[in-house]
Design a protein around this ligand. Structure first.
Ligand code: PLP
Length: 474
């Protein structure tokens, strides 16, 4: 029996205008012919020399393409019978419809997309220190490429941990050893590590009401019983917490600037919360998502500073101060439990990408981070003032909160519908009601001002005013 010989011109079409290298085109052509069944198992490919002559390319180019196909198991060398298409093709990735139907729809926008006006939780896109960061990262890529091919420290790079410890001492008054710091991919990893280390599954956790919805979902997924504790002008109401669940293992709080209401935990409440944790052997998880990025006055020191810090797990992130796309955060763990946390980091949740860590270490060491924060505070302050001026007519009950505003609405307003209408106009506020667990009459819009700049602020606020007017009249 003779092998079906294939004419080269049938197989491969090289397009001179195609910007892809010729070798890649040859490889891709052959590959799709094989996968689509145009070339069937056992078919013999032309010799490298014949195909090279036919296409007017070097024989080496054909060899490289054939080698790639052979490495994928699509063709094989059959000795004197030449090169043949494999009879049994290796499995290929499935082409499928979307399998994940976004259980958090409404809270998260499509990932890696351009930030929209009023979008909560993302810093200013137009103020990222691109040039300096690019420089630091390029240097870090080189350093990393030259490093040993061994495992990196699962706690994070020593230099970064040292820089974070120094920074926290100045900015958050936290006095800790760099060995108490674990570098993470952000808040979510910090929280996961904490819940594992504290063996929290099945236990109760106090959660601020209202509170960060994705944090709540994380607690539910980790098998904790969430006990919503109301927040008032002094922050979480510790007395109610004790009355409702004194035996909780954890209180998860945002004491610096409560998310989303923006209030700072009062001194009395701080004292009561720390006392509860001490007497109950409970833990306070301090979600310090904004760190010292506070627009009004100086940020109060962290809960993890001073007396009682031995019951506080402090979780920080660079998502708001720099960018969530870096995927970088950190935590400060009390000395007594450091070993447990580090063990989990080492075997399950190691610190992320070393290159980003090295770049951030240099960014901190050279003073760029502090400078950037100062600039962001000034910038956001101005943006918030301007937004307030634009919006206060449509929203008489509007208040400053963190890096944004909360526009409280009357209880008859459906804030989820309002947000849907705003989304249609390219705006991304968040509905206040979704930040509550218990049914109540709180309605409003959470409006981040970080991405309102001189080019879009008037338009974005004008459109939002129109949306509210249309909805309220309807
Ligand atoms: C209150 C709060 N905590 C934590 C985070 C998330 O931080 P990370 O990006 O580090 O997971 C956010 C993000 O919006 C937040 O609003």
């Amino acid at each position: 029996m003779t092998d079906p010989k294939i004419t080269p011109s049938v197989l491969v079409q090289v397009e001179p205008d195609n910007p892809a290298p010729i070798g890649d085109q040859i490889y891709a052509n052959l590959r799709s012919s094989i996968l689509e069944g145009v070339l069937t198992g056992g078919s013999r490919l032309p010799s490298g020399r014949a195909l090279a002559a036919q296409l007017g390319v070097a024989r080496g180019t054909i060899r490289v393409a054939y080698d790639r196909l052979a490495a994928e198991g699509l063709i094989f060398g059959a000795g004197s019978a030449g090169t043949k298409v494999s009879s049994k093709l290796p499995p290929q990735p499935l082409e499928h419809e979307e399998l994940w139907d976004r259980p958090l729809a409404g809270f998260t926008r499509p990932y890696s997309s351009f930030p929209l006006p009023f979008q909560v939780g993302v810093p200013a896109h137009d103020a990222f220190p691109t040039k300096v960061w690019e420089r630091m990262r390029s240097r870090a890529v080189r350093t990393d490429a030259l490093s040993y091919t061994t495992y990196a420290d699962p706690r994070g790079e020593p230099e970064l941990r040292k820089q974070i410890a120094s920074h926290l001492a100045v900015s958050r008054q936290i006095q800790c050893h760099p060995d108490q710091i674990i570098v993470t991919s952000g808040y979510r990893q910090g929280l996961t590590l904490t819940l594992m280390a504290l063996q929290a599954k099945g236990r109760k956790v106090w959660l601020e009401e209202p509170g960060y919805p994705l944090g709540r979902r994380a607690l539910e997924l980790a098998g904790l019983t969430v006990v919503p504790i109301p927040v008032d002008m002094e922050g979480i109401n510790v007395e109610i917490g004790i009355a409702q669940a004194a035996d909780a293992l954890i209180a998860l709080v945002t004491p610096g600037q409560q998310a989303p209401l923006g209030v700072t935990l009062s001194s009395n409440r701080r004292r009561d919360l720390l006392k509860w944790a001490r007497t109950q052997n409970a833990w306070i998880v301090e979600d310090d998502y904004l760190g010292e990025l506070q627009l009004d006055g100086r940020a109060k020191s962290a809960l993890a500073s001073g007396d009682g810090a031995e019951r506080v797990i402090h979780i920080g992130t660079f998502s708001k101060t720099m960018s969530p796309s870096l995927g970088l955060g950190f935590m400060v763990v009390p000395k007594l439990v450091t070993e447990k946390f580090v063990e989990i980091a080492a075997v399950m949740l190691p610190a992320p990408n070393r290159t980003t860590q090295l770049a951030m270490a240099e960014f901190l060491a050279d003073g760029h981070f502090l400078r950037h924060l100062r600039q962001m505070k000034d910038l956001y302050f101005v943006r918030r003032e301007k937004a307030m001026t634009h919006l206060s007519k449509s929203f008489p009950q509007i208040k400053e909160s963190g890096l944004g505003l909360i526009a409280f609405c009357s209880e008859t307003v459906d804030d989820v519908m309002l947000v849907a209408a705003a989304r249609e106009q390219g705006l991304a506020p968040s509905p206040l009601s979704s930040w509550y667990i218990t049914a109540n009459n709180k309605r409003g819009l959470i409006l981040s001002i970080t991405n309102l700049n001189t080019n879009n602020i008037a338009n974005a606020c004008g459109t939002l005013n129109d949306v509210i007017e249309a909805q309220i009249k309807a």
